[in-house]
Design a protein. Structure first.
Ligand code: BES
Ligand code: MN
Ligand code: ZN
Length: 496
């Protein structure tokens, strides 16, 4: 979809979206259209519930010279922040596509009380519009035209279009990165398996990212036995994807990003029930977000040192699969009793994290994984669970999340939880005896692989990687949660 910024025209034509403040306060464009129509908009508002409150919209048809006119409530000026602006853009696109519009002009009048300039609002509206205008339809051969996204162009009219364009140029690299991740996460597992995932990540080399891929033979030599134990029941080869972007100060230790990339999770010998198992194609959402974030960070030439390690496997049951009760030695030297082969995320991550710390000595390590169903019980689909040994890092993550609308909630850790994964026969087991505190015991397992002095955060994104309902800036399906969060974390805290 093409986005253009223009000055506010004297007269309006075609499909228009215009802003209304709280209490039915028509702003510039809406006011002009209302006047030209002898108070038509006032009458339209009077015969509806629309008051201009945040999130409301009202469609008005039949205005002379106009196609569809969408009035958008922005509520109180001080509530109009970047997120609200992005949601407005998404709302417009969803409506325009549903109606089969091919173009729309969005008029951004000055909104009193907002901390954003009209140019900034315009840029965020455009970003939200693009993020919503995504569709994964490569496997549809019989789509009717009305099923496709019809919108091909959006014009954002604002006083000071040059400022808007500059602001948009800073925001827009996120679009490609988010779509790259959504594509990865949406792919079915027969198409996207570890080797194919790694192949697609190689594309980042064009941006100057160093991409290195370790296969099973190399991992075996190094001793990533616990990771390999997860993949050994699959005919697809496991991969360790290692990416580095060292564009910061020479003496600055890197920030490490770690991703869970289970391209399909059957549960292994601890087989999952059939209902809903197809969802487990997106059990690589953590790795998908990490690759998208690296694409964004490198794409905008961030002045930071960032490394990424993604553990890519397929968790399958077969004659060679890991059995419940097997004991395996991890890269760290610690031994793990694998009680439940469906708790595989923590197994691949423990070796990936250790490898990363040995190789790169990071100052901070942020890991993303669709780790536990239990986190969905706790937090639903509103927030990812945040587990960390470091309050400053937690606060940086929460701050970044609030700014991009990828929210987090900090969860507890502690020695009494940690005890629950002590094993009778090995250093630890991969699950506790009951299901109680399942997300926390999973995090405790990971924490046993954090080296002294490393600020570590684990984000359990099981409830966030996929949206069965969709939202203002994301259609149903893969969300790419984490891409903008990680980029913002780096931009605001680790760039000089
Ligand atoms: N990938 C799943 C977690 C998951 C569940 C993600 C639902 C997204 C939606 C993970 O590998 C898993 O199977 N976890 C088990 C852990 C249990 C065996 C301790 C779970 O949550 O049931
Ligand atoms: Mn599992
Ligand atoms: Zn899993």
């Amino acid at each position: 979809m093409k986005v253009e910024f223009s000055a506010i025209p004297k007269a309006f034509s075609g499909n228009v979206a215009a802003l209304v403040g709280g209490d039915k306060q028509l702003l510039g464009a809406a006011q002009a259209i209302d006047k030209a129509g002898s108070g038509a908009l006032g009458r339209a508002m009077a015969s509806s519930r629309f008051t201009g409150a945040k999130g409301q919209s009202l469609m008005v048809l039949g205005q002379a010279g106009l196609g569809r006119l969408m009035l958008l409530g922005v509520g109180k000026g001080r509530d109009l922040d970047a997120r609200t602006a992005e949601n407005l853009g998404g709302q417009i696109v969803a409506d325009a596509n549903a109606a089969g519009q091919t173009s729309v002009t969005v008029v951004i009048d000055a909104v009193k009380g907002s901390r954003l300039t009209p140019g900034q609002i315009a840029a965020h509206v455009a970003l939200g519009a693009q993020l919503r205008n995504y569709r994964f339809d490569k496997y549809k051969t019989k789509d009717k035209p009305e099923q496709k996204n019809s919108l091909t162009a959006i014009t954002v009219a604002v006083a000071g279009p040059a400022e808007a364009r500059r602001a948009y140029d800073r925001l827009s690299p996120a679009i490609d990165a988010v779509f790259f991740t959504r594509d990865l996460v949406s792919e079915p597992a027969n198409e996207l398996y570890p080797v194919e995932f790694a192949r697609r990540a190689k594309e980042l080399a064009k941006l100057g990212v160093k991409v290195q891929i370790l296969g099973e033979a190399e991992m075996k030599k190094l001793g990533l036995n616990v990771l390999l134990a997860v993949g050994q029941g699959s005919s697809r080869e496991s991969q360790l994807l290692v990416m580095t972007w060292m564009n910061g100060p020479k003496n600055q230790k890197p920030v490490a990003l770690i991703g869970k990339g289970v391209c399909f999770d059957t549960g292994g010998i601890s087989l999952k029930p059939a209902g809903g198992m197809e969802d487990m194609k997106w059990d690589m959402g953590g790795a998908g977000a990490v690759v998208g974030a690296m694409k964004l960070i490198a794409g905008r030439k961030a002045k930071a040192n960032v490394v990424a390690v993604c553990a890519l496997v397929e968790n399958m049951p077969d004659g060679n699969a890991t059995r419940p009760g097997d004991v395996v030695k991890s890269l760290s030297g610690q031994t793990v009793e694998i009680i439940n082969t469906d708790a595989e995320g923590r197994l691949i991550l423990c070796d990936a994290m250790w490898y990363c710390q040995e190789k790169f000595k990071p100052q901070a390590m942020v890991e993303l994984s669709t780790l536990t169903g239990a986190i969905i019980i706790s937090l639903g689909h509103e927030r990812a669970g945040l587990f960390s040994n470091d309050t400053p890092l937690s606060n940086k993550l929460r701050g970044a999340g609030a700014l991009v609308g990828e929210k987090l909630w900090r969860m507890p850790l502690g020695p009494n939880y940690d005890k629950l994964i002590d094993s009778e026969i090995a250093d630890m087991k991969n699950v506790s005896n009951g299901r109680d505190g399942g997300s926390i015991t999973a995090a405790q397992f990971l924490q046993r692989f954090v080296q002294p002095g490393v600020a570590w955060a684990h984000l359990d994104i099981a409830g966030m990687a996929w949206s069965s309902k969709g939202n203002a800036t994301c259609p149903k399906g893969a969300t790419a949660y984490g891409v903008r969060l990680l980029d913002r974390l780096i931009a605001d805290n680790y760039e000089k």
